[in-house]
Design a protein around this ligand. Structure first.
Ligand code: IMP
Ligand code: MG
Length: 190
């Protein structure tokens, strides 16, 4: 699928190395605990699986869904999420996992929600960190690779639902970006 990209920001090898590095740190930090690792769908799923496979602690996985509605590449500023995560949180060590930390809204909303539900601790891991895009103050406890403030695709990140399965991350060629129709404001980004 490389032919669809004008620029690769992080290669498959670089992404794999970053996942291994984060997993080593997490294995140390969660030694003796049984965390519940919570992936934020859909993009977080691509990161959660290799990350948890490389973690040397017994753990549970769960998923929650979020979408910020807007004009495809711009966040509306509102994060929609399920009110009830659907699994017990009280007293658990929660590790939130998402593909990218962009404006910071998604993770800050979930972070506060899990704290309110009585988690023993809440931390977050992201594969990519776009610090220049931050609109609310939020930093991940386990940031992976830094990325520039451009629209990225691959490693869980989609362009209108496509290309999440690319094992590298980059910028699509203009011809491959699905252009939103002017009236199309209602598609969720997840
Ligand atoms: P937030 O802006 O930090 O709340 O990130 C919200 C969500 O937007 C992330 O979980 C991603 O699913 C998505 N997102 C943010 N930046 C990008 C990007 O560059 N490409 C694709 N999806 C993105
Ligand atoms: Mg997402």
């Amino acid at each position: 699928m490389k032919a669809h990209f004008e620029r690769i920001i992080h290669t498959e090898a670089a992404v794999r190395a970053a996942v291994r590095r984060l997993a080593r740190r997490l294995s140390r930090d969660y030694a003796g605990k049984t965390p519940v690792v919570v992936g934020i769908l859909k993009g977080g799923a691509y990161f959660l699986v290799p990350l948890t496979q490389a973690m040397a602690v017994p753990l549970e996985i769960e998923f929650v869904r979020a979408s910020s509605y807007g004009n495809k590449q711009t966040s509306s500023g509102r994060v929609r999420r399920d009110r009830d995560p659907g699994f017990p949180v009280k007293g658990r060590h929660v590790l939130l996992v998402d593909d990218i930390l962009d404006t910071g809204r998604t993770l800050s909303v979930f972070h506060r929600a899990f704290e309110r539900l009585g988690a023993a601790s809440v931390r977050s891991a992201v594969l990519f960190d776009k610090p220049a895009a931050r609109q609310v103050p939020y930093e991940a406890d386990y940031p992976g690779l830094p990325v520039p403030d451009v629209w990225l695709t691959g490693c869980g990140l989609d362009s209108d639902g496509l290309y999440r399965n690319c094992p590298f991350v980059g910028v699509l060629k203009d011809a491959d970006v699905v252009k939103p129709a002017a009236e199309d404001q209602g598609q969720p980004r997840a």
